[in-house]
Design a protein around this ligand. Structure first.
Ligand code: PXL
Length: 277
């Protein structure tokens, strides 16, 4: 069981159970050392009924931290990028990939930028294009359908056939990533699932669709996938383990109507640990 040193670059939403506050405990539970570069610090995430949140942009800290680590000879087994605070950060994160990965180190990009056919507050087409460029050379990218559409210029649809998803996968692969895990793929009302594409093969994992929308589930999914995959779990299986963990985290949160801003993924961590080798 490999012990990996992972660098994750995403925001700190001080309250919100997303981004770094989800990635750190999930990757730690998977048994990895986790280092962080915060892309921004917000008082809460920007979704749901939060308004008036603070936003401190940390763009210029990224190259400064990189230079310090380079001076100390620090290298990472993987860099996992999530929600970034600005277009400029995408170029800085590319420099992290180029300079801080050990030979053979892995790149994981969760292009966190939107859901349900819309971009999150503060993002625009230029941001989607910058993150699409960041996907070039990634080992795995993990968009939902909204993010896949914005990055590939595909029309967003609420309902679709297999051929729409096949075309979307091909358009994503054309961005230059080696493997794609597309989340929130639903062909019928009562179920949803993930499609993973890797080395010429694809695999669909269907699971129940829970009829309540929660924030941060994409971050919880991407962190669990990354933790499992970097543990040496085969990609399709890691995609399933992460889906089961996310569904369980949602179930733990369902009966608490006041807990609308995130999922209680902490309660499902023992199940994630048990599912790992
Ligand atoms: O969960 C994605 C996410 C991460 N970070 C911030 C967000 C969101 C989604 O709204 O606002 C700051």
């Amino acid at each position: 069981m490999p012990y990996q040193r992972i660098l994750t670059v995403q925001d700190i939403s001080c309250l919100g159970q997303c981004s770094i506050t989800a990635a750190l405990p999930i990757l730690s539970a998977c048994g990895h050392e986790t280092c962080i570069i915060p892309s921004a610090v917000l008082s809460t995430h920007t979704g749901g009924s939060f308004s008036g949140y603070t936003f401190r942009d940390l763009t210029e800290d990224i190259p400064a931290i990189r230079r310090h680590w380079q001076s100390q000879g620090i290298r990472f087994d993987a860099v996992y990028a999530g929600y970034l605070g600005s277009v400029k950060q995408a170029a800085y994160v590319r420099e992290l990939f180029d300079t801080l990965l050990r030979p053979g180190g892995k790149i994981i990009v969760d292009p966190a930028m939107g859901d349900n056919g819309a971009l999150y507050a503060g993002f625009d087409g230029a941001y989607a294009a910058a993150i699409a460029r960041l996907c070039r050379g990634a080992d795995v990218i993990l968009p939902n359908i909204t993010e896949a559409c914005f990055m590939t210029g595909t029309e967003y649809r609420e309902s679709y056939e297999q051929s729409y998803i096949d075309d979307l996968l091909q358009a994503l692969l054309a961005l230059g990533a080696k493997s794609v895990v597309l989340t929130g793929v639903s062909f019928e009302p009562e179920s949803t699932g993930v499609i993973a594409w890797s080395e010429g093969e694809s695999c669909y994992y269907r699971h129940p669709r829970i009829p309540r929308m929660f924030h941060g589930t994409g971050d919880v999914y991407a962190s669990a996938f990354t933790g499992a995959w970097l543990k040496g779990v085969e990609l399709f299986r890691a995609a399933r383990i992460a889906a089961d963990f996310t569904v369980s985290a949602i179930r733990y949160s369902l009966d608490d109507l006041e807990h609308w801003y995130g999922v209680k993924f902490e309660l499902a961590l023992p199940e994630l640990i048990k599912a790992l080798p």
